[in-house]
Structure formats: structure tokens, C-alpha cells
Design a protein around this ligand. Structure first.
Ligand SMILES: Nc1ncnc2c1ncn2[C@@H]1O[C@H](COP(=O)(O)OP(=O)(O)O)[C@@H](O)[C@H]1O
Ligand SMILES: [Mg+2]
Length: 529
């Protein structure tokens, strides 16, 4: 069968690459232990029924039990597909069959969750419990979603079935490469590093999805391209609803100044590679960027994703708070799970203080929902094992819950101040070049002198204003246009003088300076306007 329904010509057939569906040792062990400890009901969340069936069959054979598989369309059959009872398609009949079955067995029930809304089914499952463990029978519910009614919560054990490991993906990839090695029409050669990049970009996909997207990449560009593979993850993220897959066009070189911050990020550029693991390094975990509006916090988050070549997931905390009771907690868990499933990834929380503004008063205002959601988030932040790098930004520290800033939550907290003269020079140059003009044509020194107290965003804005002015006069933009624009604008720092002073005082004690400036050790408490 041609993959993706693509009709490839003879020389490009992929053959039977889908031969292997095995499961990591770890995962097998987890399920095996539960079965042998006679947990009667186990719930496995996954899209990959086939991989689960193969694993369960292996466990069943080893324990000399039978594996019996049920679905509401087919009733009961064994692992080889032989029908045992094709009539028992309704859930109650299924549970009766299981009750009456007299030998040790593992029952795999596909997509049973919709039926667990029925009170009769719930009761029947509860009655089944003791009976099952006495007879060495185990029911394994396999569904892509976790939906357990409260009555059953305490008697069901949930196992999150992990996505394929790098090793498994490597085997899948090899299965595609092998038959095509001699094919002159595609380039399946990969250096060790390229191979790692390709495999990493496929983490979070199921075996089938990975296989399809590897093939798709070959069809589209005749080689394995991580960028095409990452697009596949975008689909997963879009379906989750709360995270947004952010396409970053920002380049690291487009950040003016902020040398300390850039250095920190560059040093960690290879922090997600296997080499770094072998070296004994942990994954970079997270970064907090605090500062005056328009100083390049969001810009940095976007540029890092390009630098590190990782998917950038924008997380709008506000979207978590749903209307129905319990929904917000479910949403935050879902968001975390999605970010982890496509990891290594960057989770970007812009202006985090807004999302969690209500934490302190949460008990009074929303029955503690915000506070619980926040709790789930910071616990995860502290304990996460998966390589999800968190970048949070904030303009206002007064609204930040203090717990967020405690040690261990982020690797580092950076403070982004207004740009120094040298930094303003960089920023002018970057934006002038970005708009296709030569910097030599402008008197940058004068502009730097006139832009004291202006943020990067404001500098960019004055340049745009100047260009509009010149454009409407039908002439080329020049230094005086920018000078006029600077004069016309009142920078935020002049309006927010007290706020900025307070922010600097706060940062002095708690954050590292993002910029290498003359006053490196101490931010300038006096505002320079
Ligand atoms: N240090 C900088 N270097 C270059 N451009 C900058 C810098 N700071 C801000 N800008 C410009 O201003 C825009 C807005 O900045 P942004 O990163 O959104 O600020 P904030 O700190 O409020 O998140 C950026 O997209 C960029 O064009
Ligand atoms: Mg911003």
C-alpha cells in the first residue's frame, strides 16, 4: 500500500516499512507489574492500539494467559484476529462475557470510555472488580482520551502510554532508508547530527505518523527535512486548542544588545542534543525575562526558537480558564501534556503576570481555581522531566505571584533595561538594515544621542514613522526624518518613570542584567531621561 495514498513511481516504493511496533522496556514493565499485582482495571491512554496489543500479547504469552480483544464493532477476538464472540458488541454483554470467562486472561477493551457514562456499566464494572482479581483476569481499557467517571476513579490505574522513543523512531527511519539507499532519485544519507535532528523532530508522533511524515519529506524534497517533520507536530498542537504553534521569523542576529542574555542562550544552543546528555548535562529548563515594555522580551523568545531549531508553542494562560467547573485544571494539564508530547520544545508564556494575576485573591474570587491552576503549573515547572524549555516574560513584577520567582523554578531571571547608547546604535542599525537601507547614509551617532530613554520597540517605531513621512513626500528617508519622529514621540519611560525606577530596584536584588553595560553590576536607579 503506498504511504499517504501517494502514488510513487516504481523506483520510489517504500515497501513494507511498517513491520515493527514494539514498546520500550520501561513501559512494558509498568503494565506487567500492574497485571501481576492483580490490579483488575488498567486504563492506557494512547492512539496506538496496535503497539499496545503487541505488548499485551507478549505479556500474556509470558504469563500463560490469553489476550482477548474487544471492540464495539467486532465483539471479542484473539490476538490473531480469530473471532471468539462476535455477538457481544454492547458493553453490558461484553462485561458479562468477561465475568463468565473462567481462565486467566487479559482483556483489552478498545474505546470503552464512552460507555462508562452509563450507570449500569459503571455498577457492573464495580461488581467485576473483586471477581477479576481472584481469577487472574485483567481488563485493560485502551483509549486516546482519559475519561473516568468519579465512581471508578479509585479502582482504575492509569498508564500514559508514551510516544515512541528515539530508538524506536530510529528503527522506523532505518526501515525507510534501507530499501532506498541505492536509489539515485532521493538522498537518504544523513550525518550523525542530521539523523538526530530528524529523529528529534519526529518525537511526539506515533509510529505511523512518523513513518508517514518521513515518507512525505522524501516525496516533497527528496531528502529528510526536519522542518517538514516539525510541521506535522503543528497539527497536533493545533488540535489541542490552548497552545498556538508560533512561526518565528525572528533571527537571533536581529536582537540588538542584550549581550549577557544572548550569551546565555548561545551557550545552551546544543543543550538538547544527545551529546549534552552524554556529557552529563541536564536539559536547559527555563528562563524568566522581566523588563520594561518594548525591550525585546517577546523578540528574544521568538529568536531562541530559530536559534535552537525547536518548535515554539505560545501558551495563552487566559485561555485555560474555562467556564465549567474542573475545566481549567483539565486545560492546564492538557497544555502541559501537549508541550511534552512534542518536546524538545519551547513553551512561551508571554506576559505571564496577566495570566496569573488573580492567584493571591483566588480563594475569594473564583473558588481557588486560578490558584490550583497556578499550583499545577509551578509544580510542573519545578519537576518536569521532559525537555520543554519554558520562557516566561513579564512587564510588571507587582502582579507576579512571588512563588513563581522562587529558586528552582527557572534557570535564570534576566532583567531587560532600556538600551544603553551602544545598544541603541545596534538597534538602529538592525532596523535600518532590515528595511533595506544602508546605515552609512544615516548619522547614527546623532540618533543615538537623541534617543535616550527610548526602548527598542520605540526606536523601531520612530524609524517607521520617519519612513512614512518621507514616503508621503515622495523622497528617500534621511536622518532628519528620524530626528523629527524621535522628537514627536514621548517614550514610555518618561510616562512611567516611577514604575521603571521601582522595577530596577526590584531587579537589582533578584535578576541578572540582560545587557553588558557600563553599569554592569548595578542597574542605574536614576532614570536617564
Ligand atoms: N533589543 C532589540 N533589538 C532589536 N529590536 C528590538 C529590540 N527590542 C525591541 N525591538 C523591536 O521592538 C519590537 C517589540 O519588542 P518586544 O520584544 O515585543 O518587546 P517586549 O519586551 O515588550 O516583549 C520587536 O519586535 C523589535 O522589532
Ligand atoms: Mg512582549
Amino acid at each position: 500500500m503506498p504511504l499517504l495514498g501517494l502514488q510513487l513511481d516504481d523506483n520510489l516504493m517504500f515497501g513494507q516499512v511498517i513491520s515493527m511496533k514494539e514498546v520500550s522496556e520501561d513501559q512494558q514493565k509498568k503494565v506487567d507489574v500492574l497485571i501481576r499485582a492483580r490490579y483488575p482495571l488498567i486504563y492506557i491512554t494512547t492512539w496506538e492500539e496496535e503497539r499496545v496489543a503487541v505488548m499485551l500479547n507478549a505479556l500474556a504469552v509470558r504469563a500463560e494467559k490469553q489476550l482477548i480483544i474487544w471492540s464495539t464493532t467486532e465483539g471479542f477476538s484473539d490476538f490473531s484476529g480469530r473471532k471468539l464472540d462476535g455477538e457481544a458488541v454492547d458493553p453490558f454483554a461484553a462485561l458479562t462475557y468477561i465475568t463468565d470467562y473462567q481462565r486467566p486472561a487479559i482483556f483489552m477493551l478498545k474505546d470503552f470510555h464512552p460507555f462508562m457514562k452509563d450507570p449500569v456499566v459503571i455498577r457492573k464494572l464495580r461488581d467485576l472488580k473483586i471477581h477479576l482479581s481472584n481469577l487472574k483476569k485483567t481488563c485493560i481499557l485502551v483509549s486516546p482520551v482519559l475519561e473516568v467517571p468519579i465512581e471508578l476513579e479509585k479502582m482504575i490505574n492509569v498508564v500514559d502510554f508514551n510516544f515512541p522513543t528515539l530508538e524506536l523512531l530510529d528503527t522506523v527511519l532505518e526501515g525507510i532508508i534501507e530499501p532506498l539507499k541505492m536509489n539515485p532519485r532521493v538522498d537518504v544519507s544523513l550525518t550523525e547530527e542530521e539523523r538526530e535532528a530528524v529523529l528529534k523532530s519526529a518525537l511526539g508522533l506515533t509510529v505511523d505518523e512518523a513513518e508517514n511524515v518521513f515518507a512525505k519529506s522524501l516525496v516533497e524534497v527528496k531528502r529528510f527535512d526536519p522542518a517538514i517533520i516539525i510541521q506535522e507536530k503543528e497539527q497536533i498542537i493545533r488540535k489541542s486548542g490552548i497552545l498556538e504553534y508560533y512561526h518565528s521569523n525572528e533571527h537571533f542576529d536581529n536582537i540588538g544588545g542584550l549581550e549577557h542574555l544572548k550569551e546565555w542562550l548561545s551557550i545552551r544552543n546544543r543543550g538538547f542534543t544527545e551529546k549534552a546528555r552524554e556529557y552529563g548535562l541536564p536539559f536547559p529548563s527555563g528562563l524568566m525575562l522581566i523588563g520594561i515594555p518594548g525591550t525585546g522580551k517577546s523578540l528574544t523568545a521568538q529568536a531562541v526558537a530559530s536559534l535552537w531549531k525547536l518548535p515554539l508553542l505560545r501558551f495563552d494562560v487566559g485561555k485555560v480558564f474555562g467556564g465549567v467547573v474542573g475545566e481549567s485544571e483539565r486545560n492546564i494539564r492538557q497544555a502541559i501534556k501537549t508541550a511534552e508530547s512534542v518536546s524538545p520544545s519551547i513553551l512561551w508564556i508571554d506576559e505571564i503576570e496577566k495570566g496569573f494575576a488573580g492567584v493571591q485573591s483566588s480563594n475569594l474570587t473564583d473558588a481557588g481555581t486560578t490558584s490550583r491552576v497556578f499550583g499545577t503549573f509551578i509544580t510542573w515547572l519545578q519537576e518536569k522531566k521532559k525537555p520543554v524549555f519554558v520562557i516566561a516574560t513579564a512587564n510588571n513584577v507587582n502582579q507576579l505571584p512571588p512563588e513563581l520567582m522562587r529558586k528552582g523554578r527557572f534557570d535564570e531571571i534576566f532583567f531587560l533595561d532600556l538600551p544603553s547608547p551602544k545598544e541603541r546604535e545596534d538597534i538602529f542599525s538592525i532596523h535600518i538594515k532590515k528595511r533595506g537601507r544602508e546605515i552609512e547614509k544615516f548619522d547614527i551617532r546623532t540618533l543615538v544621542g537623541l534617543s535616550k530613554g527610548y526602548s527598542g520597540a520605540e526606536i523601531e517605531q520612530t524609524l517607521i514613522t520617519a519612513m512614512f513621512d518621507a514616503f508621503s513626500d515622495d523622497r528617500e528617508v534621511e536622518t532628519t526624518d528620524i530626528m523629527n519622529a524621535l522628537e514627536d514621540m514621548v517614550p514610555l519611560s518618561r510616562l512611567m518613570k516611577e514604575d521603571i525606577t521601582a522595577l530596577r530596584t526590584w531587579a537589582q536584588a533578584r535578576a541578572r542584567l540582560a545587557s553588558k553595560t557600563e553599569q554592569q553590576k548595578k542597574p542605574n536607579i536614576e532614570i536617564e531621561v
